[in-house]
Design a protein around this ligand. Sequence first.
Ligand SMILES: [Cu+2]
Length: 140
Amino acid sequence: MTLDQNGCEYKPHVLAFVAGSTVEILNPDGILHNVHSYSKVNTAFNTAQPKFKKALTQKIEKPEVINIKCDVHGWMSGWLFVAETPYFSVTDDKGSFKLTDVPPGTYNVEVWHETLGKVSQKVTVKSKEEAKVTFEMAKK
Ligand SMILES: [Cu+2]
């Protein structure tokens, strides 16, 4: 899991991973950044990353959606989506996603967007069949 701060922007804008993972945070910019997590469930961190500190690591233990900001550059904002299960995905530029190797069963599929909020839907996955689901989110 790598969160890059290249060009004073978080890349990717949303980084998704399973709880208990360690995130590597890179600073290739040659300037000071400050990695400030607005966590509520996990312990919040607020770490200066001077220009010579090219990488630091941070372990995130619990499921949560965390906003990351830089106290030096007010426009920098990114998200860590810390998933509860291994079945998660970040949508592509068309809003599509795919979850693979999901065991048969009925699941509650939840979609999160930074400004549109959260919606969920029950989806049943059958053995060796593709389950399709469509979400619509209203602009707030
Ligand atoms: Cu910065």
